[in-house]
Design a protein around this ligand. Structure first.
Ligand SMILES: Cc1cc2nc3c(=O)[nH]c(=O)nc-3n(C[C@H](O)[C@H](O)[C@H](O)COP(=O)(O)OP(=O)(O)OC[C@H]3O[C@@H](n4cnc5c(N)ncnc54)[C@H](O)[C@@H]3O)c2cc1C
Length: 596
């Protein structure tokens, strides 16, 4: 059976040594008092909850799945999920990073983010229930009226109620402009919603007393396309003014999907048969409001993949030390056993180090983004807030797409380490591969994330946000350029920065002539940006490791080895990606559709 231990040492390294979080937070009045010890204690407790309560339910939840009752429209989550959720709520975890004005504990995103990595590593399917609730909280916190916030936020913050995001319809996934669900205004200021949504995660379950659906729909006078979409709160049970769940609203589950992974999370068809809802934000500006939830969810999906990468790595390395097959090419390593452990074989090490590097790089990157969100929300200086917001906007699609692609590779490599046993359910590794696959699809497919990065965040902005982030990398390169020990990291980092600049200009020029050039380059381009970001953080981590290696703490030796592996074996993927991105649209568009 698989195992999981929260990677607290690496989290502490990333938070305190790499990002100097305590000092960074001192600039933010809301978090200025938070010290490193408190953060560590919270993460230690969070790690225990993840490992002791959630992790044991991961495999059983996958085997059992959710159960749908067509007569009552009720959904039961796998055994143990409800009790784990009760413990989660009783311990106050849902409130961790929420606004104290609504019962939250007011901790920064950077702590919540690390906590979510552990929850996801332990049990992604379970974590989606509170994860979506937190997204709904963020959306209402930003766009809800005071009355809506007073009614719904305390319940979402406490975890008594959960949330969903209802966008997708059978004919409308990526292109939300096609959606048909209708919302008719009522005399009392509410709306009556009719339509059918599909693939709604956590859309129905038995974990909480009420479910708050955030639903995209069209008003009768809505313009066509995305400019005619509005956002509504549609509760499963309509709350009275004191917030007690009242009559059942006709928003029900029609079926749950049988699917490849995340079996413990109910993926629901949701029917709205004249359900009562209330508008959030302005009419026809629903996508704008929903983007708060979508951006939170995109980062959340990146964290799902980081968690899976870590847990798959942990298990594969343990197996590789235990499994005896063959002898080391350079001569026997273990005289007392009939064969050497497979960790002696170079290619097994390549697979392990791939997963390890993607986990450590992903942790450094996502903690940085979370810190930037804390700055964006809390820095007293408006310019600092804007700069942080720009970085978050630029890099959110990279977190989503790069980390989820990496997790697909990492979980697959980790499974491969097990040989045939990896393919057998009882070892738990094939579940990680299956669970990881959805992360590349939902919340906007990775193609869409790549188009968002290259088309909107880079080219439409004339590369300004990318240049600004590049300046940070450039400053690090200049600062360390004369340090001999750092040259193995600094030269390739500077090189990938230069190449990305040239690639961006080249695609930008070609796109003037032919917009397909953007679509043809976007996916490899996104991975080049992802690698540049990872190279930057690995170089910074290597610098710390070089400085502290002589302390005798093996942690730094391992960090340095992982950074060297990353630069030698993973970063060179960019050479191929750049060639692919430069090859243009012709090789993709030449073939007439009828010839496929
Ligand atoms: C398990 C699961 C859980 C989900 N949870 C939720 C949820 O909670 N709430 C919710 O609202 N939705 C949810 N979804 C829906 C999910 O977000 C969509 O499936 C996803 O956005 C893709 O939409 P689609 O499936 O309709 O694919 P399509 O939009 O039909 O896309 C098909 C393919 O075409 C590509 N494509 C489409 N348009 C373009 C374009 N303009 N340029 C280039 N390529 C393009 C896509 O990248 C994809 O490869 C979930 C889906 C699943 C499977």
């Amino acid at each position: 059976m698989p195992q999981y231990t929260a990677p607290l040492r690496d989290m502490q390294f990333v938070l305190h040594e790499l990002h100097q979080v305590e000092a960074e937070l001192r600039d933010l009045p809301a978090h200025a008092e938070l010290d490193a010890d408190t953060m560590n204690q919270i993460l230690e407790e969070g790690g225990k909850f993840a490992a002791d309560i959630l992790f044991p339910l991961n495999h059983s939840g996958d085997r059992e799945g959710c159960t749908f009752n067509p007569e009552t429209h009720a959904v039961r989550a796998p055994q143990g999920f409800k009790d784990a959720y009760k413990q989660y709520v009783e311990a106050g975890w849902p409130a961790l990073s929420c606004d104290p004005a609504f019962g939250g504990q007011g901790l920064p995103m950077v702590v919540n983010n690390a906590f979510y990595e552990m929850l996801n590593a332990a049990n992604q399917a379970w974590t989606m229930y509170p994860g979506l609730s937190h997204g709904a909280y963020e959306c209402l916190h930003t766009h809800g009226t005071a009355a809506q916030q007073a009614l719904y936020l305390p319940k979402l913050v406490s975890g008594e109620w959960t949330g969903t995001m209802c966008l997708t319809e059978s004919h409308c996934g990526t292109d939300l402009g096609l959606l048909k669900t209708r919302a008719m205004p009522q005399a009392d200021g509410s709306y009556q919603l009719t339509g059918s949504k599909i693939f709604i995660s956590a859309g129905e379950h038995d974990l909480a007393a009420n479910i708050i659906h955030l639903v995209l729909a069209r008003l009768p006078d809505a313009p066509v396309g995305t400019k005619g979409i509005s956002l509504f709160i549609v509760p499963k049970f309509m709350p009275d003014t004191e917030g007690k769940p009242g009559p059942r609203n006709p928003i029900t589950c029609g079926a749950i999907e049988e699917k490849m992974g995340i079996h413990g999370n109910a993926t629901c068809q949701i029917n709205l048969d004249g359900a009562t809802g209330w508008l959030i934000g302005e009419p026809h500006r629903g996508l704008n409001a929903m983007f708060v939830m979508m951006n939170a969810a995109r980062l959340g999906v990146g964290m799902q993949s980081l968690g899976l990468t870590e847990v798959a790595y942990q298990n594969a390395q343990a197996y590789a030390k235990d499994r005896l097959q063959g002898r080391a090419l350079g001569g026997t390593k273990s005289e007392d056993t009939p064969a050497d452990p497979i960790i002696v074989h170079p290619d097994v090490r390549r697979m392990l180090l791939t997963a390890r590097a993607y986990a450590e790089g992903g942790r450094a990157f996502t903690s940085y983004i979370a810190l930037m969100i804390d700055r964006e929300l809390n820095h007293p200086d408006a310019m600092q807030r804007q700069e942080a917001a720009d970085e978050v906007a630029l890099l959110t699609p990279v977190v989503k797409a790069f980390l989820t692609d990496n997790a697909w590779i990492a979980t697959s490599e980790a499974m491969q380490v097990y040989g045939g046993h990896g393919y057998i359910a009882e070892w738990g590794m094939e579940q990680y591969v299956r669970d990881a696959r959805i992360n590349m699809i939902y919340e906007g497919t990775n193609t869409i994330q790549s188009l968002d990065l290259l088309g909107r965040k880079v080219l439409m902005d004339n590369g300004a946000k990318l240049r600004k982030f590049g300046e940070k990398i450039q400053a690090f390169v200049v600062e360390n350029g004369s340090d001999e020990a750092m040259s193995e990291f600094i030269s390739p980092l500077a090189d990938i920065g230069d190449k990305l600049t040239k690639l961006t200009m080249e695609i930008g020029m070609k796109a003037f002539q032919n917009r397909d050039e953007i679509g043809a380059a976007a996916v490899p381009y996104m991975r080049v940006v992802g690698h540049m970001v990872f190279a930057y953080f690995f170089a910074r981590m290597a610098k710390i490791a070089l400085e502290k290696e002589s302390s005798g703490d093996n942690f730094y030796t391992a960090k340095l080895a992982t950074a060297r592996f990353y630069f030698a074996r993973l970063l060179p993927e960019t050479a191929m990606l750049i060639r692919q991105a430069r090859s243009g649209a012709g090789n993709l568009m030449a073939l007439d559709a009828s010839l496929f």
